[in-house]
Design a protein around this ligand. Sequence first.
Ligand SMILES: [Zn+2]
Length: 73
Amino acid sequence: MTAADELLSPGGECAVCKEQVDERVLVAVVEVGSGPGHLVHGCLPCARARARSPFAPPWLAEDLAAIDADRMT
Ligand SMILES: [Zn+2]
């Protein structure tokens, strides 16, 4: 099990661009008033675009860097 395997989610619809993609990453956790937060998954291009935003969660760039590092080996 690599870092990328742990960070990547199964394919499905990107929450950002609505495309069906083979692999997704967690791009946001939406806090809700009660119960667990809602997890938002997006495709890698959307995740990278979001990581550059000042509103991106601090862990997003770290997750993407871990996936990139994993794939370079
Ligand atoms: Zn997308």
